[in-house]
Write a protein that binds this ligand. Sequence first.
Ligand code: NDP
Length: 323
Amino acid sequence: MTKAIRIHANGGPEVLKWEDVPTPEPGPGEALVRQEAVGLNYIDVYFRTGLYKAPSLPATIGMEGAGSVAAIGPGVTEVAVGDRVAYAGPIGAYATERVIAADRLVKLPERIDAQTAAAMMLQGMTAQYLIRRTYRVKAGDTIVLHAAAGGVGLILCQWAKHLGATVIGVVSSEAKAELARQHGAAHTVIGHANLPAEVKRITGGAMVPAVYDSVGRDTFYASLDCLAPLGIMVSFGNASGAVGPVDIGLLGAKGSLFLTRPSLATYTAKRSDLEQSARELFDVVSSGAVAIRVNQTFPLRDAAAAHVALESRKTTGSTVLIP
Ligand code: NDP
């Protein structure tokens, strides 16, 4: 037997149950990973509440982990028993041991420990595709970034600065603003009520070529108003709730804007893209350009407390659950 946090129904943090489950056996193309650390991500909240649907119930939620390969099934070529590995998806991470398709695993460089890996694979590869592929951030760009002191946020602040961009970070408190500035945000704005006016002031009226908005419902329209003509609205999350139907005529009226709703799963669906994304992440972390901040850890069995902290905006940087 092994231990896992499972949900039998959607709901609040109380639906997360610490249970005994049979140790899974790897089938063809699969590996059994003995996990040393599990990453906490906002998407875990969506699967718990039912905003996103788990394939079936009961379900072991969680998208990210790191550890070592304990066994492999037939036909596995990507990893061997004993390899140190990490991954970001698919669902099933809140467990001491889990089975996963071996082509979703990335081997960890010696210099990256399991906690750092579990903290950064999902948030860091998200940061990578957002600023290197969805919109390719260039030196001299100014960008708006919501939840700038969060997990994805602190990584993006550092990485965008490293690329030579100026980050306007949006946060909910002065303490978070200070943290975002320490990690490379050149400007911070507290709350979104006056965001377009603040962006206008900071950019001297030019506005910005890209907004990265993971807050969703509460900030969508304020974000659109921060864009320069032909700018791109990258709506990549729903921490405040899902964005409702959008009148695409607005995109024309506000300056021929682009709108995308990207996901890491699409950007890493091909193994070559997964490997490239992980390699770029390992490089910026190893070089010191991006520091991974594990600002909270919880025992995996206390995942409910971790969810409460994340949803009540009490966390900063990344959070790791220890099996
Ligand atoms: P964070 O650490 O950023 O935590 C969420 C933050 O969102 C909070 O700390 C808070 O920051 C802000 N927030 C704003 N409004 C609310 C609200 N109503 N309730 C709760 N939080 C709110 O989480 P992650 O780094 O794990 O994820 C950040 C976002 O990125 C999430 O929306 C997630 O879904 C998305 N994401 C999307 C991916 C994709 O591929 N599309 C992949 C990975 C993450 P503050 O207090 O400063 O407002």
